[in-house]
Design a protein around this ligand. Structure first.
Ligand code: AMP
Length: 515
């Protein structure tokens, strides 16, 4: 078996690894580190939990050990799809580089430009960034990428989902052809394959076993039910969720609850809180300090229930999670594996419940075909009276097709609540569930994703990420050509106060990822 000491890593890195308590390299580390140290391009097909972050960070630190950073010209670049993942890479870098004098800067949305500008001005060895924020800095003339010797792209499949591929291509083209590229993706979609063929040079391809079969330490349960009425599905799922959590009692020390949409993340968290549960949301619309506070509280055991979107939770390393609840059946089957993989880590026991309604059938089939097993059916929690959930069984008014969106548009003050919820639940912001034919239902749920607050009231976010979220185009899914998303800027002379603020774009809606 390979030992870390066999890997020709800088002795200061070996010391830091020993301090971190790692004994042996994981398979991706054992296979990726030697070619990376030889300066080869690496294509790693691996997902989170495999030790992939160290598989690129450790050789980077070793290779950058020699030489000095020049002002505004970072020597290496790590691109991650979300702020949390970028921050996590930065944390890893701090751990592994603690014996060295290497410097880093983290460029992510929600963090002020000024501080990071200063660091870059002085010169950094490692720049860790989300693609949009990196390009913002570049366009402001604060950054040169011509000194990049090593470029890492982490979670490329998620970049694809989020529409970042054009940004990645642009960033590649701004770095020298001679750079070394370490490229990681959990899956090899054709678009990812195209990028790697274009920008990687004779890479060493390493594939570590997919976690398609979930860890055997995770007990999975599928709780299927038919809502008493179609328009009560969201209300009744919340009742089922509460009953499941209660049913687990003290065994549920902490849990991540996954929703497919960030709007639902908020509603579910608020609803749980209103019912006396210790819960908080995490998704891309919350400002960075709040996200960090929530995550820290969850990691430290001060918060019991974390309600999350896939993107916000993806790749986060939270070692001891007793339960995962899928409030929604994920529409991408790989997300099921990622979600339930948050529990049962490092040999611990974990339990993963998935709540499903009849319309989830095709998603369930895709998941079961991916994990190559039927998810064991669980019982509906005992004594749960669905008809009494939320509104005491009061019949709801039927919503006329086409009205749902208008109701959500009143700036967030009197925004539509789920009908029938008010009596029992504390005020729940946002959503109105409008259901008619299945096609319409999907449309309405897509539309709910939009943050309807006036722009000035919305949390400031990475502009580019913001634009991608808000301006998806009907019928084009995630693959919207860059020119359609391009904004029409005012001439520089007309821009006065805040150059960081993009002008409003016309609205477009359609399918796409939630963040
Ligand atoms: P990653 O796949 O990079 O998100 O890493 C998942 C977790 O594995 C992180 O908590 C790392 O600290 C941990 N880890 C990485 N490499 C090793 C190793 N060789 N031995 C033990 N734990 C590791």
């Amino acid at each position: 078996m390979t030992k870390f000491s066999d890997l020709a890593l800088d002795p200061r890195v070996l010391q830091a690894i020993a301090d971190a308590g790692y004994e042996t390299p994981t398979p991706i580390q054992a296979q990726a580190i030697p070619p990376a140290l030889e300066g080869r391009d690496v294509l790693g097909i691996a997902q989170t939990g495999t030790g992939k972050t160290a598989s690129f960070t450790l050789p980077m630190i070793t290779l950058l050990g020699q030489g000095r950073a020049r002002a505004r010209m970072p020597r290496s670049l790590v691109l991650a799809p979300t702020r949390e993942l970028a921050a996590q890479v930065a944390e890893n870098f701090d751990i592994y580089a603690k014996q060295t004098k290497l410097t880093k800067a983290l460029l992510i949305g929600g963090v002020a430009f000024g501080e990071q500008d200063k660091l870059i001005d002085r010169g950094v060895d490692v720049l860790i960034a989300t693609p949009g924020r990196l390009l913002d800095h570049f366009e402001r003339g604060k950054l040169l990428l011509t000194g990049v010797q090593i470029m890492v792209v982490d979670e490329a499949d998620r970049m694809l989902d989020m529409g970042f591929i054009p940004d990645i291509e642009r960033i590649f083209s701004l770095t020298p052809m001679t750079r070394q590229t370490l490229f990681y993706s959990a899956t090899m979609a054709p678009e990812i394959e195209r990028i790697t063929n274009t920008f990687l040079s004779n890479p060493v391809k390493i594939e570590v076993a997919r976690q398609a079969t979930a860890s055997t330490t995770i007990e999975q349960r599928l709780v299927e039910f038919t809502p008493t009425r179609k328009d009560r599905s969201f209300t009744e799922k919340r009742a089922v969720l509460r009953a499941l959590i209660r049913g687990e009692g003290e065994a549920c020390t902490n849990a991540i609850i996954f929703c497919n949409r960030k709007m639902d993340v908020d509603v579910v968290a608020k609803s749980l809180k209103a019912h006396g549960f210790d819960a908080a949301p995490i998704h891309g619309d919350l400002d960075q300090s709040q996200r960090t506070r929530t995550l820290d509280a969850f990691r430290d055991g001060e918060l019991r229930l974390l309600v999350a979107s896939d993107v916000a939770a993806r790749g986060l390393d939270i070692p001891a999670v007793s339960h995962v609840f899928n409030f929604d059946v994920p529409s991408h089957p790989e997300d099921y594996v990622h979600r339930i993989g948050r529990t049962g880590r490092a040999g611990r026991q974990g339990k993963a419940f998935t709540i499903a309604v009849p319309s989830d059938g095709k998603y369930l089939a895709a998941i079961q075909s991916l994990v190559k097993m039927e998810i064991p059916r669980g019982e509906m929690p005992e004594g749960l009276d669905l008809a009494a959930a939320g509104d005491g069984g009061r019949p709801a008014r039927e919503e006329k097709p086409g009205r749902g969106r208008g109701k959500e548009r009143d700036g967030g003050r009197g925004r539509g609540r789920e009908r029938g919820e008010r009596r029992e639940e504390a005020p729940v912001e946002a959503v109105e569930v409008v259901e008619a034919a299945p096609v319409r239902e999907e449309r309405v749920r897509e539309e709910r994703v939009r943050d309807e607050r006036p722009r000035e009231e919305r949390p400031r976010r990475d502009r580019r990420e913001d634009r991608r979220d808000d301006h998806r185009v009907v019928g084009m899914g995630d693959h919207v050509p860059e020119f359609i998303l391009r904004s029409f800027r005012l001439p520089a002379s007309a821009v006065t106060a805040d150059e960081d603020e993009a002008p409003e774009l016309p609205e477009t809606v359609g399918a796409g990822t939630d963040e």
